[in-house]
Write a protein that binds this ligand. Structure first.
Ligand code: AKG
Ligand code: FE2
Length: 365
């Protein structure tokens, strides 16, 4: 069960940069008060709110998820360690092997992904499996692995599972249908990763039209992002307009990925989102992201949950025949090893595509 963030090793503070005062075109996302999920009446209301938010935008905020502001602050402090307190040489020792193994653990060093026009990314990630003992970690991070485990447990049991219960209700399925596919100790690759992005040169900004991370869908079921002040994250609205995601202190930004879209027969869509250059008053700050990317257990076949009365009524949008559905393991490995490494085919209108396990995956500029 979740452990408390107490008796922790001291740690230097990461100052969250100030909020932008630029007037940006923000997406109007629902705010879900997760503390209401503890009562049956609360769950009934929230299930409707979450379903509608998923159908309308595919993104929503969660507040009152159980972390105090100081617990959230500590998570940012820990997340900063692999970037600010590890030398470039040591980072290379702990580099991940995404292309070779399809497993997303360790550093994704800067410049690993191709963005556009020969320009590579300036995003540095450090990804940790929820079982922190799967790999060695840089020395500076080792005193804080207990924090990472507590963070993974908090996300898994206090955020992910309650949301999965609401999403199952929205499909009129038994409440634990999706929870049962997301074990904490099952073999699977849920990550509790961190990400940091560094400012880029003017030339690189021009060549990529300010895009830092191309429009994409996440490949797991649910992504939990800790809202942070440096802007840049945008979602693609159904009418083709990119809208910014606003910072809300101690809120979580939740979205569905491919695996959820497959399981829900297209009912909960994997919304396309991207990262662009932050607004002008934040361009000298690095962006520190804290995420919990969740996936089902590796052996789950990502075929639609046809027993859902909702899907039986409204129909299923299929991306493949149910018998050909990839497992979570096949899908995550295929997408992880190809990302930013494969040659994309331009299909016009700023859309590029690739085929992973026989399924077309699109990238948006
Ligand atoms: O940095 C962000 O705000 C979002 C990054 C993202 O979409 C991803 O890593 O999948
Ligand atoms: Fe993403």
């Amino acid at each position: 069960m979740p452990t408390a963030l107490s008796e922790l090793a001291p740690l230097s503070r990461y100052e969250l940069p100030p909020e932008s005062s630029v007037d940006l075109d923000y997406a109007d996302l629902a705010i879900i008060d997760l503390s209401r999920a503890t009562t049956p009446e609360g769950r009934e209301d929230l299930a409707i709110q979450v379903r509608d938010a998923m159908i309308q935008h595919g993104f929503f905020y969660v507040v009152n998820h159980g972390y105090t502001p100081s617990q959230a602050q500590r998570i940012f402090d820990v997340a900063d360690v692999p970037f600010a307190h590890v030398s470039d040489d040591e980072k290379k020792v702990y580099a991940g092997t995404m292309k070779a193994t399809g497993s997303y653990q360790g550093y994704k060093l800067r410049q690993y992904w191709h963005i556009d026009a020969g320009v590579h990314d300036q995003l540095e990630h450090y990804n940790i499996n929820r079982d922190t003992s799967k790999r060695q970690h840089p020395e500076a991070l080792r005193p804080y692995l207990g924090d990472v485990t507590a963070f993974a447990e908090h996300n898994h049991f206090n955020v992910l599972h309650p949301i999965l219960r609401l999403l199952a209700r929205g499909l009129e399925l038994p409440e634990d249908t999706l929870v049962d596919l997301h074990g904490f100790s099952a073999i699977g690759e849920t990550y509790a990763p961190n990400e940091s992005s560094y400012p880029r040169s003017l030339e690189e900004e021009e060549k990529t039209k300010n895009v830092w991370l191309k429009g994409h869908t996440d490949f797991g079921t649910i992504t939990i992002l800790y809202s942070q002040p440096v802007g840049g994250l945008q979602i693609l609205t159904p009418n083709g307009v990119w809208k910014w995601v606003k910072y809300i202190p101690n809120a979580l930004v939740i979205n569905a990925g491919d695996a959820m879209e497959f399981l829900s027969g297209g009912y909960y869509r994997a919304t396309i989102h991207r990262v662009i250059q932050p607004p002008e008053d934040q361009q000298n700050y690095t962006r520190l992201g804290v995420f919990y990317f969740s996936m089902t257990d590796d052996n789950v076949k990502l075929a639609p949950l046809v027993e859902s009365p909702v899907l039986q009524r409204i129909g299923i949008v299929r991306r493949f025949d149910d018998k050909d559905a990839p497992t979570m393991e096949t899908w995550r490995k295929g997408r992880t090893s190809a990302y930013g490494q494969s040659n994309l085919t331009s299909t016009g209108g700023g859309v590029e595509s690739e085929v992973i396990n026989g399924v077309v995956v699109k990238h948006y500029t």
